[in-house]
Design a binder for this molecule. Structure first.
Ligand SMILES: Nc1nc2c(ncn2[C@@H]2O[C@H](COP(=O)(O)OP(=O)(O)OP(=O)(O)O)[C@@H](O)[C@H]2O)c(=O)[nH]1
Length: 510
């Protein structure tokens, strides 16, 4: 700008500049501008010392704050008012305008704004696992879960989205869970009413009454699958007993009716034949008393013999009919026995092994199907371990079959206690057990089995004061991809066979 001589020119120019620079017309601004235009005052010194003092107390914990502190240091070093200005604006905008290009988040900030992948996947699994328990009544909840799981399994889900969607889902879930709780309670109430009703119908049957009382006790919360299994079995017994009682009553009534009808008919016949027999006898006796000659008596005697034979025949027929009735009653008895055997077969189809309380083959088949589906849905590993007690025959031979049974119960107890709640133990054959290990890779599965072996060395099986060490050989196999589970079981079996062959009390990964 050319030097201006007259003060009025300088004053005019100062007013123009105030407007041009959009500065407030304060006395300070006017004076500073006037001196600048007149060239009379030197530019103010840069307050580096004061700014350094401020620098020392400025916060610098977060990555963004550290970056701004660096800029402030540079501004002081370069005595740059514009850098200083951008630092101050940066501080003022911290947390307000992350989208501002000058405040673009650093990689660390980006990471902090996203949910770590492992946590996101664990959350997705948690949401997935809650759904079966909630039924399918609430479609909206299902949709929300699908969206939430989809977001959690996407690339870098943000904390903000996760927080918002989890809060919405949690809100809806609390309603659904409350509803499920109420449903459960009212179903249980209905079940109890049903049981009480059965009890009321069978006041004269002590056995049935006892069973119903046991059912009522077994269906009191907390419930679990095993107790429900017992309930199922008891209920089958009760139903059978009811059916049997009904059948018995009907058969007994029928037999009574038949017997009564036959009896009356026989009685009438007997009465008829015996009264005609009697009158015939009386007539014969009369005629015999009047007969003087033997040849007159002979035909009368023949008549007596004929009448007596007819009488005997009619009694034989009556006896035959009664015999036939008895045979029919026995045949019905055999039918009832057959029904009872069928019930026993049906009961053995329940899910648990009666001796050890672990799952039986049917229970295992159901459980493994569930776990395979879950592993495939969630893309998690699944292991199968097959174990067979070593030299079990010698325990039986030496201590008896009952002691062998107790040893199996001991092994099942120790095994169950050494496993996680989500692992499942099943009795696969006589002294052979199978374990489902969800979320487990083969090396971990082998470790689990070795830990069980160690556990058995510290917890002896005690029989009549004798401490017996029970050992087992095991094979462990991991289900691969979309494998058929029977492949994994077959491999585990091969592993177990190898463990036996290589000296027993071993675990082999297959
Ligand atoms: N007490 C009892 N014994 C059973 C039961 N189921 C099977 N067994 C017996 O278990 C024994 C298994 O014998 P083996 O197959 O020769 O096996 P082992 O003696 O354990 O020999 P290795 O398997 O080679 O270690 C047989 O004698 C069966 O009768 C059961 O429920 N209770």
């Amino acid at each position: 700008m050319a030097a201006l001589k007259s003060p009025s020119d300088i004053a005019r120019e100062t007013l123009k500049q105030l407007a041009a620079r959009r500065l407030s017309p304060t006395p300070d601004n006017y004076q500073a501008l006037y001196e600048e235009i007149a060239g009379s005052a030197s530019p103010p010194a840069f307050p580096a010392a004061a700014l350094r003092g401020i620098l020392r107390v400025m916060p610098g914990q977060t990555p963004a704050q550290k970056r701004l502190l660096n800029q402030l240091e540079q501004a002081i070093a370069q005595q740059s008012w514009s850098t200083l200005q951008s630092v101050m604006v940066g501080y003022a905008n911290l947390g307000l305008t992350p989208a501002d290009a000058s405040l673009a988040p650093t990689p660390l900030e980006v990471e902090a704004a996203h949910v770590p992948q492992r946590l996101a996947l664990a959350l997705a699994r948690l949401v997935d696992n809650t759904l079966p328990a909630l039924g399918e009544e609430d479609m909206r909840l299902g949709d929300m879960a699908t969206q939430l799981v989809g977001m959690l399994r996407s690339d870098m889900p943000t904390v903000a989205d996760t927080e918002r969607m989890l809060a919405d889902f949690g809100h809806r879930l609390s309603f659904a869970a409350e509803e499920q709780g109420a449903l459960r309670t009212s179903l249980l109430t209905l079940l109890h009413l049903l049981f009480e009703n059965i009890a009321a119908l069978s006041t004269d049957d002590d056995w049935l009454h006892g069973q119903v009382q046991a059912l009522l006790a077994a269906t009191a919360p907390p419930l679990n699958l095993r107790r429900l299994d017992e309930v199922e079995q008891r209920l089958k017994d009760v139903i059978f007993k009811q059916a049997e009682a009904k059948l018995h009553t009907r058969q007994a009534q029928e037999q009574m009716r038949e017997l009564l009808a036959t009896f009356i008919e026989r009685l009438a016949q007997m009465d008829e034949s015996s009264s005609s027999y009697h009158s015939q006898m009386e007539q014969c006796a009369e005629r015999i008393s009047q007969a003087d000659r033997l040849q007159d008596i002979t035909p009368l005697l023949e008549e007596v013999i004929r009448a007596t034979r007819a009488m005997a025949l009619s009694s034989r027929v009556a006896r035959g009919e009664l015999q036939d009735l008895r045979e029919r009653a026995e045949a019905r008895h055999a039918e009832i026995d057959q029904l009872r055997q069928e019930l026993d077969r049906a009961s053995s189809m329940a899910r648990h092994d009666a001796l050890t309380g672990s799952l039986n083959r049917k229970g295992f088949d159901e459980a493994v199907q569930r776990e395979v589906a879950r592993a495939q849905r969630q893309d998690t590993p699944l292991c199968i371990a097959l174990l067979d007690v070593d030299d079990f025959k010698s325990i039986n031979d030496r201590l008896g079959h009952a002691a062998g049974d107790e040893a199996l119960v001991h092994l099942a107890d120790v095994t169950r206690q050494g496993l996680r709640p989500q692992d499942q133990l099943a009795r696969y054959g006589g002294e052979e057990f199978i374990i489902i290990l969800p979320d487990t890779v083969v090396d971990e599965g082998v470790q689990v089995m070795r830990r069980l072996q160690r556990e058995l060395t510290t917890r002896y099986f005690l029989k009549d004061g004798e401490r017996l060490l029970i050992t087992f050989s095991a094979g462990v196999a991991q289900m691969a991809g979309k494998d058929d589970i029977s492949d994994a079981i077959r491999r585990a079996d091969q592993g177990m066979y190898l463990a036996k062959r290589s000296g027993k009390n071993r675990v082999v990964a297959a």
